[in-house]
Ligand binder design. Sequence first.
Ligand SMILES: [Zn+2]
Length: 92
Amino acid sequence: MSKAWRLVGADGNSYDSDRPGALGGHRRSRIYGRLDCRAALQAIARGGYVKNRVFFLNQTDARAAGYRPCAVCLPQDYARWKMQQDQAAASR
Ligand SMILES: [Zn+2]
């Protein structure tokens, strides 16, 4: 079995997977989103994004690794994440 895909796991560390990642992410800004995300593709086209590009097997891993949903391609997930952030801030 070949491990052709470099993904980021739930612990935030990279590992080699035999399955491709379903989600892309940006290591510096800690955002994850769809592979065909319009905002991500624009950033890639401008350059500078690719070296920070990471991939996740699924959303569970992305969240566990400390990434947040992209507002452009995952608006519902982003809204839910934002609400949780606001609630956490209010209870502090
Ligand atoms: Zn996106």
